[in-house]
Design a protein around this ligand. Structure first.
Ligand code: THU
Length: 134
């Protein structure tokens, strides 16, 4: 996997962010098993609560194009420390791959690599067990 390319696409997509309320632009790029890349940015709303994060917008773009096998996501924000996905995004990403590689980076290139299951352990396991008995 070319991490540099994934980070670069996240970096570029960040410029499309609609973030007039927070001023915090975020870009994400999701790599599929087949080698395709789908990107997303945060899309804020005046209600604030209806804001979509960059990570979830990348997931929606990929799924709308028939891709669900994700191996890695790069997230780029202009922050002092790399911004890792919020709780809601962790849950949405875990739907597709609890072992997803998460590469978070500041726009100046400070990088942190994580695995989604370390950020959100055992999530799908519990929910799927509940559904099995229904
Ligand atoms: N945001 C993301 O898009 N991804 C993250 O990982 C952190 C937060 C967005 C949501 C909101 O538009 C802004 O950043 C401030 O929280």
């Amino acid at each position: 996997m070319d991490i540099t390319q994934l980070l670069d696409i996240a970096f570029q997509t960040r410029h499309q962010a609609h973030a007039p309320y927070s001023g915090f632009a975020v870009g994400a790029a999701l790599l599929t098993k087949s080698g395709k890349i789908f990107s997303g940015c945060n899309v804020e709303n005046v209600s604030l609560g209806l804001t979509i994060c960059a990570e979830r917008s990348a997931v929606a773009a990929a799924v709308a194009n028939g891709e669900k096998d994700f191996v890695a996501i790069a997230v780029v924000a202009e922050s002092a420390e790399p911004a890792v996905p919020c709780g809601a995004c962790r849950q949405v990403l875990a739907e597709f791959n609890p072992e997803l590689k998460v590469i978070a980076s500041t726009s100046s290139g400070k990088i942190q690599e994580l695995v989604l299951s370390d950020l959100l352990p055992r999530t799908r396991q519990g929910i799927l067990e509940a559904f099995r008995d229904v």
